[in-house]
Ligand binder design. Structure first.
Ligand code: HEC
Ligand code: HEC
Length: 276
C-alpha cells in the first residue's frame, strides 16, 4: 500500500514536472521567437519554421540559433540564402538561450510542425482592416504629437519620411517612405515593429514596446506613404528652398532697416550740400 502511494506520487511529480518543463519551452518560443517566426503560418520577419529540421541538420540549427550573427557573417551559403530571403534583416542573438533550451526549442518546433493545427500557425498580432483614422493616428505617433503609451521616443527623431517635418526627420535611421514594401508587407511590418530587430531600436523599444494599437496605425501610415511617395524629394527640397528664400528676404529687410537709413541720411545731406 505504502509502495503504491509512492509510485503514484512519483508519477504525478514527473508528469507535472514535464508539463511545466514543456510549457516553459513553449512560453519561451512565444515570447522570444513568435514575433518573427510562425510554425506553418508563412513568413514574418523570419522564415516559417515548419519542418525546419528537414531543411537543415540539427547541429547546424543549434549553432545558428545560439549565435546567428556569427554564422551570418561567416559566409555560410545556406545562411546567405536565408538572409537574402529575409531582405537583409538579420536574426540577432536571443537573450537567455542555453544549448539545452535550444535543443528543446527545436524539439518543440518539430512537434508543432507535425500537428495539423497549432496556435503558432497564425501571427499572434491582432489583425483588423486598416482605416483612414489609423493613418491620421499613425502620423501623430510618428511625429510625436501624440505620445506613445509606453513612452518610447517618436520615430521622427531618427527617421525621415515623405513630406513630414519641414526639413525632414532625423538621420540616424533610414527613410521609411517605402519601408512596408522593403520589409515584405503589412503582417511582416507589424511583426517587425512588435520586436524591432535593429541594434539601435531593439534596446529602446524592448523596454518601451509599441502597443498593438500603435503598431496598426503606424503600419497604415507607412502604407499610405508608400502609395503616394512619388514626389518626395521635390516636396522636401522645395520646403528647404522656400524657407531659404524667405530667410534671405528677411535678412535683406533687416539690413535695409539697420543701415539703409544711415546711408540715406548721409546721401541726403550730401545732395543738399549740408556736409561740409
Ligand atoms: C527579430 C526577428 C527574429 C527573432 C526574434 C528570431 N528570429 Fe529566427 N530568424 C530571423 C530571420 C530574419 C531569419 C533568417 C536569417 C536572417 O536573415 O537572419 C531567421 C532564421 C531562423 C532559423 C533558420 C530557418 C531556416 O529556414 O533554416 C531558425 C531555426 C530560427 N530563426 C529560429 C529562431 C528561434 C528558435 C528563435 C527564438 C529563440 C528566433 N529564431 C528568433 C528572425 C528572427
Ligand atoms: C533612436 C533612434 C530611432 C528611433 C527613435 C526609431 N528608430 Fe527606427 N531605426 C533606427 C535605426 C538606426 C534603424 C536602422 C537599423 C539599425 O541600424 O539598427 C532603424 C530601422 C527601422 C526600420 C527598418 C527599416 C528597414 O528598412 O529595415 C523600421 C520599420 C523602423 N526603424 C521604424 C521605426 C518606428 C515606427 C519608430 C517610431 C515608433 C522608430 N523606428 C523609431 C533608429 C531609430
Amino acid at each position: 500500500m505504502r509502495k503504491l502511494y509512492f509510485i503514484v506520487l512519483a508519477i504525478l511529480f514527473f508528469l507535472s514536472f514535464s508539463v511545466l518543463y514543456g510549457q516553459s519551452t513553449e512560453e519561451f518560443f512565444e515570447r522570444n521567437c513568435f514575433s518573427c517566426h510562425t510554425i506553418g503560418g508563412g513568413r514574418l520577419t523570419g522564415p516559417d519554421l515548419k519542418n525546419v529540421d528537414q531543411r537543415k541538420d540539427t547541429a547546424w540549427l543549434e549553432k545558428f540559433i545560439l549565435n546567428p550573427e556569427v554564422i551570418l557573417r561567416g559566409g555560410d551559403p545556406y545562411a546567405a540564402k536565408l538572409l537574402k530571403e529575409a531582405r537583409g534583416v538579420r536574426m540577432t542573438r536571443v537573450a537567455g538561450l542555453t544549448s539545452g533550451l535550444v535543443k528543446n526549442l527545436l524539439k518543440f518546433i518539430k512537434e508543432e510542425s507535425a500537428k495539423e493545427k497549432t496556435r503558432f500557425a497564425k501571427s499572434a498580432l491582432k489583425e483588423r482592416p486598416l482605416t483612414p483614422e489609423d493613418i491620421v493616428l499613425g502620423r501623430q505617433f510618428f511625429l510625436g504629437t501624440l505620445p506613445l503609451t509606453n513612452k518610447g521616443p517618436a520615430c521622427l527623431g531618427c527617421h525621415s519620411i515623405a513630406g513630414e517635418g519641414f526639413f525632414g526627420g532625423g538621420n540616424l535611421g533610414p527613410d521609411l517612405t517605402s519601408v512596408i514594401g522593403r520589409l515584405g508587407g503589412k503582417t511582416a511590418l507589424m511583426a517587425w515593429l512588435s520586436n524591432p530587430s535593429s541594434a539601435t531600436m531593439s534596446p529602446i523599444y524592448r523596454k518601451q514596446p509599441l502597443d498593438e494599437e500603435e503598431i496598426l496605425p503606424l503600419v497604415a501610415f507607412f502604407k499610405s506613404k508608400s502609395e503616394k511617395n512619388a514626389s518626395y524629394m521635390e516636396v522636401h527640397d522645395f520646403n528647404f528652398m522656400i524657407f531659404g528664400f524667405i530667410g534671405l528676404i528677411l535678412v535683406l529687410l533687416i539690413f535695409d532697416l539697420l543701415w539703409g537709413k544711415r546711408l540715406r541720411s548721409v546721401r541726403e545731406k550730401l545732395v543738399k550740400g549740408e556736409l561740409e
